[in-house]
Design a protein around this ligand. Structure first.
Ligand SMILES: *Cc1c(COP(=O)(O)O)cnc(C)c1O
Length: 372
């Protein structure tokens, strides 16, 4: 049995009619950039996430970049962020000319440890940029408190967590800005690149709208230097259809995550050779189902041989990335992030994943540890 990490073909088959209709609407209008589809998506996603304003942009990475720029984070500033994330989080900070100051993660949730974040705050710190990794919110209560106590902006990297719930609300709605990604593999994924910034304050939303369109407040009058970070109407039309089904898909992912936990438990693996993900309060939307596994790299081989695809997010923590050597971090600086990089393993998960496939995955893991 072949078990891919992610398979979107069934989702597409089920929605083909609705999606074709949405595409047709855009094709008939011949309006491809911004416009009513993007505005509709902005309102619907903002409402879904419990945010006041949504600004559609060209990707999750650009959502991060524009959030930092719109909040005035730049040269001379520091931004505290976890050492364990996708590279885009640190990249956005560097692209605005600020310096990422890494802090270690909590071993259970893989998310930024608020106490370690507090120790990383200094006189140059301007913002906290936690990541809701794998679909579970970081400790938003303590992090909001920390931001308030030091007068810092709180920017949420919610790229993996559309629809997740944490302390204070849904992912992306709690901080000064929340960044979503609509990359095709994300829980709410389009058919190309896309992202959104969620904000509370209307003037900030206005600035983001300006920045995504070359900093122009009115046509051909440029108040500041922005760029082309616009979302296109085809993506928006597709995403509006998919948003209507997101809660069902999330429920289905949660169900399958629970089943993995039970199966790993039944095989006597949980808490021994492998450690299923730890849940904090709220709603984990399981963008990825990530376990810790002993001898992780050796385990992947027999799984692959049986047609079971797995993923490693992420094999190298941010502070050890070659291009960040000038920040002068070294191995040993963030032991939990480094350990996570050695142990994490994403198992196949998507809303339509059959129970038999899950049993097949867990049997293969059992065979590796108990016979291998
Ligand atoms: C996907 C992702 C991004 C970037 O989103 P893109 O839409 O791919 O640019 C940023 N941060 C995290 C944690 C992500 O998973």
């Amino acid at each position: 049995m072949r078990v891919p990490l992610l398979d979107l073909t069934e989702q597409y088959r089920a929605l083909e009619g609705e999606l074709s209709e949405a595409l047709q609407r855009v094709l008939t209008s011949q309006q491809f950039i911004l416009g009513p589809e993007v505005e509709g998506l902005e309102q619907e996603v903002a409402r879904y996430c419990g945010a006041r304003h949504g600004v559609g942009v060209s990707s999750g990475t650009d959502a991060l970049l524009l959030s930092l720029q719109a909040l005035g984070v730049g040269p001379g500033h520091e931004v505290v962020t976890p050492a364990f994330s996708f590279f885009a989080t640190a990249e956005a900070i560097l692209r605005v000319g600020a310096r990422p100051v890494f802090a270690d993660i909590e071993p259970g949730t893989f998310n930024l440890d608020p106490e370690k974040a507090a120790r990383a705050v200094g006189p140059k710190t301007r913002a906290l940029l936690p990541v809701h990794l794998f679909g579970q919110c970081a400790a938003l209560g303590p992090l909001s408190e920390l931001a308030r106590a030091h007068g810092l902006f709180l920017i949420e990297d919610a790229a993996q967590a559309t629809g997740a719930e944490g302390e204070g609300g849904r992912a992306g709605s709690v901080g000064d800005a929340g960044c979503l990604s609509f990359y095709p593999t994300k829980n709410l994924g389009g058919w190309g690149e896309g992202g959104m910034v969620l904000v509370r304050e209307a003037p900030l939303a206005e600035r983001l709208r300006r920045l995504r369109d070359h900093g122009a407040g009115e046509p051909y009058t440029h108040q500041e230097v922005g760029g082309n970070f616009r979302l296109d109407a085809l993506q928006a039309a597709i995403l509006r259809v998919k948003l209507r089904h997101l809660d069902d898909w999330i429920a289905s992912r949660i169900e399958r995550a629970r089943r993995y936990g039970e199966l790993l438990e039944e095989e006597g693996l949980a808490g021994r050779e492998v450690r299923p993900p730890a849940l904090s309060a709220g709603r984990h939307v399981f963008h990825l189902y990530v376990i810790r596994a002993q001898r992780r790299d050796a385990l992947r081989e027999p799984l692959a041989a049986r047609g079971i695809q797995t993923g490693v997010y992420y094999p190298l923590p941010l502070h050890l990335q070659p291009c960040l050597a000038s920040l002068s971090y070294f191995p040993g600086d963030f032991p939990e992030s480094e350990r996570a990089s050695r142990e994490v393993l994403a198992l196949p998960l998507y809303a339509e994943l059959p129970e038999e496939a899950q049993r097949c995955v867990v049997r293969a893991i059992r065979d590796f540890y108990h016979r291998g």
